[in-house]
Ligand binder design. Sequence first.
Ligand code: FAD
Ligand code: UDP
Length: 369
Amino acid sequence: MFDYCIVGSGLFGSIFAYEASKRDKKCLVIEKRNHIGGNCYTKSQEGINIHNFGAHIFRTDSQSIWDYMQQFCTFNHFINSPLANYKGEIYNLPFNMNTFSKLWGISTPKEAQEIIESQKNSALESLKGEPQNLEEQAISLVGVDVYEKFIKGYTQKQWGRDCKDLPKSIIRRIPVRFTYDNNYFNDPYQGIPKGGYTPIFEKLLKNCEVWLNTDFLKHREELQAKAKKILFTGAIDSYFDYQLGTLEYRSLHFEHETLGIPNYQGVAVVNYTDEETPYTRIIEHKHFEFGTQEKTIISKEYPQTWDKDKEPYYPINDEKNQALYEKYKNLAKNEKSLIFGGRLGEYRYYDMQDVIKSALELVKKELAQ
Ligand code: FAD
Ligand code: UDP
């Protein structure tokens, strides 16, 4: 008999499994994929660590989370400074003085602020009070030019919806700066684990039993009988067999290519911000770890409509889906020996640091001795 059956070997499940086994709890980890690590999984090819499910850049504003992670890896000094490619023109991201200078031929913050202010005022004349959707939010932050070139097309591709029909919270996470600073994140701690993410998961799961290629939902009764408690980090609606309706996600498709050249784009991430290019980003993996290999590997990231046969990557946290999630959360309260956690279990657009925080909070609540 196990103390916990943990469904999903992603970051949430693995952190919980590590902390529980440290406290002598017996854990069985069930994973439907053929590898551990969830979407953080990396694999080595041509001596390069491939971020198999999209660029994963670790960052946090919490010193305790940064310190916590040091037991499992050493971070390098990578700083994410992606580029935007708009119809062949290259601009710096996030939106900062380098972007504004190239866009408008200006050089001072005052000039940039005046342009944005006047574009915002004429575009949003009718707008009173707070912006209501992503388009209004974007225009109030950066004006019409930036919105049209870097946000509109990218966001519509990424989410498959018009910017007017998307929650403004999606765009809030991107910094807007009036300094010449290309660091995509504001967090004080940032890096890529040397050697990739998978070794972190090997350490996290070293004292647990792990079953790969096993879908919990297909062996539910047998697996429930094996443990006192279930921690489910898959999609909460899938656990309940979609009985209240289906939560919506956005899916992705990745195309990986090996090229016989040492350097394809000179930077780890390039966003294609026009509407016509079918992918949103190209990642060149070697640049995450300053690689000098003879070959290079790139991945194109294509957004996709989600259905039950595809991976659910991004929860769509609009009002309708949020209300449905609350109903599932209430349903979950009736189940005594069942806990939900993680990006899919909590239906939240969580980054790694949020997942670690949330998993450690659960540890405190669940495993306090
Ligand atoms: P997951 O990693 O999704 O793990 C859930 C696991 O459960 C999966 O392995 C799945 O196969 C398994 N599972 C589901 N259902 C079942 C079932 N029925 N039976 C058995 N197993 C099941 N975060 C950052 O901090 N920085 C970044 O740069 C960053 N970039 C990202 C880029 C992309 C494209 C995406 C999609 C996410 C990114 N993230 C990033 C977020 C990061 O991936 C997540 O925060 C983290 O992986 C979530 O961990 P999790 O354990 O909650 O979920
Ligand atoms: N975004 C954009 N243009 C860009 C980058 C991001 O419009 O060049 C918008 C888009 O809506 C995206 C959101 O900002 O979904 C958040 O971007 P982030 O890079 O944080 O997305 P993630 O890495 O989580 O996919």
